[in-house]
Design a protein around this ligand. Sequence first.
Ligand code: PXL
Length: 281
Amino acid sequence: MQKRILTIQDISCVGQCSLTVALPIISACGVETSILPSAILSTHTAGFTGFTVLSLTEEFPKIIAHWAKENVTFDGVYTGYVLKDQIDDVIGICEKFNKGLKIIDPVMADNGSFYYGFDEAFARDMARLCKGADVILPNLTEAAFLLGDEPVLEGYDKEYIELLSRRLAVELDVKTVVLTGVSFSADELGIACYDYKSDATDYYFGEKLPKNFHGTGDVYSSAFTGALMGGFTPFSSAKIAVDFTVEAMKLTMPYAKEHWYGVFFESALKNLANIVNGGNK
Ligand code: PXL
């Protein structure tokens, strides 16, 4: 039977991130996608000014109580952008309703700094949410902030990448750490996938484009989640998600100036669906 996942993240009404990318991408992978919106924002917070934010924290206990009454369960939970006062509820939801994989994208920072509204105290809460996860998908800034005492380096080597991954796996009791935004050369960008059990790191890179786009972390984590729920291994899922994200960025490149807030992932969904539903596990 089709699997059902719960994804918890915000609705940015405009901005091609969080739920507006997770729903279509995971659905294209043949996985039923239930949602718990953490907040409603007029746009995402990276580049727009004057955005509105409505926290949905007050709805959480009511939604949780109803799901409990209906005996709702999920085959996996995937969390993204959540607010500070929601971490305990989100941990509770993972414990109570999740019968499968726990996938955490610790959305809070990039390029050496926190997103609007997040700080070191939130990073400590996010680390609590990551505890016991099957997979976490931090970018390098988030990885350092989760650990709390590591620098965010620009010129780094494999030793640094593997130190971050190993420490996260050990200290947060995580099976697989997928570090995103890893690059050792000017023309390649990709991921490092660390498996705690074998203590091994596998790397995969795609073409590095001459521009950074917003929302690519959410596009990446959603494609990863769809592939993983579709039965691919963590490393195969990580590779599929790199190819999908690079394809989406390439489709956006000709329009990068006017379309600065997200990527045109929509036209890449057909290829993703073919790969994930194609049976070549
Ligand atoms: O893409 C991560 C993200 C999700 N949701 C909101 C954001 C961001 C990044 O800035 O602002 C509201």
